[in-house]
Design a protein around this ligand. Structure first.
Ligand SMILES: [Zn+2]
Length: 371
């Protein structure tokens, strides 16, 4: 069972539920259909992409416009040396690529996604009313949203999440399997990076940052409805980001006791990531400091190092917590305090740190759970 790729910012399960609740809205089913087609195409291309990228690059930005079509990448819209485009969406996305590139270089000393100057390629205006954004190992692709359910996917937080899947592919030898508990940590590393990049760009300390993944992506709640549409996930309070008759409810657990053992959603990758997200968010707010650097900045560095320390493609949450604790050694004089804070945040969500902790919650084929 090896699942390498992830499947877009909005999980298929969420889109399926929305499609079932809104059978008249064809944009929802169309998004699912066109995403599947794209995955078939990009899976065939990945081998070439990785070979091609061995020479060091200059991490230039290349924005394309799909012009509401479905073939990639579309037409050249704004490259590194080009003047700003007349389309504000293209310029926003171009800027996001620049912010994400600068964050990885300045904070982690990382030269682009592959640490080797890989060009940052983005495609905007993919398809018509397309309700998702994703990284396909070569392009960051984003739709405009149907404006009924999704307002936009052109948000810094969304782009940083997606490109972080690329970083994970390269930072861990063999990547992190996109299934079960390892897959949930893969998702969480992307949510963590999205939060780090956005809070860094806004220059906010941990206590002032909203910790909401995809804040701004939902269309406003219908008049008279009591629906909640704050975002797609809430790292501090998993399970509370949305609850709306048209969308369903955020199902993320906030503690290992509520771990969702399922074979759908690649073994619950987008649900159980809530546990590790809360571990991270609680660690961030426990750090004492009055600026980004001393709160989010220290947490960002510790978890970045933890991911690079992973010794297999199937880490448990407990192993990630173990390596996060080990990474505290990068702050001499504060190490003991930081380790205690990692342990306290892990305990809050029921994660037991340990190098040898195995994942016994990911279902296997004969478990008899839903498939
Ligand atoms: Zn993701």
């Amino acid at each position: 069972m090896f699942h390498r790729n992830h499947h877009g910012f909005v999980p298929s399960g969420v889109l399926l539920e929305m499609a079932a609740r809104n059978p008249d809205q064809l944009a929802l089913t169309r998004t699912l259909f066109n995403t599947q087609q794209l995955w078939t195409k990009s899976a065939a291309r990945n081998g070439q992409v990785f070979r091609f990228l061995q020479n060091a690059g200059t991490a230039e930005r290349m924005m394309y416009d799909a012009k509401n079509g479905t073939s990639l990448p579309g037409t050249r819209a704004r490259f590194e040396s080009d003047k700003p485009a007349s389309d504000l969406v293209i310029n926003d996305c171009f800027d996001f690529l620049g912010i994400i590139r600068e964050f990885h270089l300045k904070i982690h000393g990382r030269n682009s996604i592959d640490a080797n100057g890989m060009a940052l390629k983005g495609v905007a205006h993919f398809d018509r009313d397309y309700n998702n954004a994703y990284w396909n190992s070569e392009y960051m692709v984003t739709g405009d949203g149907d404006k009924v359910n999704f307002l936009t996917f052109n948000l810094l937080n969304v782009w940083a999440h997606e490109l972080a899947h690329g970083v994970t592919e390269y930072a861990v030898p063999g990547g992190i399997d996109y299934y079960g508990q390892p897959g949930a940590s893969n998702e969480s590393f992307s949510d963590i990076t999205g939060a780090n990049v956005e809070s860094w760009h806004l220059n906010l300390k941990a206590k002032d940052y909203h910790c909401t993944v995809g804040k701004g992506l939902w269309a406003p709640v219908a008049a008279g409805s009591k629906g909640i549409r704050r975002g797609l996930r809430d790292m501090k309070n998993p399970g509370t980001a949305y609850n709306d008759p048209s969308l369903g409810k955020d199902r993320q657990p906030a503690h290992m006791d509520q771990y969702i053992k399922t074979s759908s959603d690649n073994g619950g990758v987008h649900w159980n990531s809530g546990i590790m997200n809360k571990f991270y968010a609680e660690f961030c707010v426990s750090l004492v400091g009055n600026d980004w650097e001393s709160t989010m900045g220290r947490a960002a560095r510790i978890f970045y190092a933890a991911r690079a320390s992973l010794q297999s493609s199937r880490p448990s949450f407990g192993q990630i917590a173990y390596w996060a604790s080990e990474a505290c050694a990068m702050f001499p004089g504060e190490e003991a305090d930081l380790r205690a804070k990692v342990a306290a945040a892990a305990a809050l969500v029921g994660i037991k740190p340990g190098q040898k902790v195995v994942d016994d919650l990911t279902p296997v084929a004969d478990d008899g759970v839903e498939v």
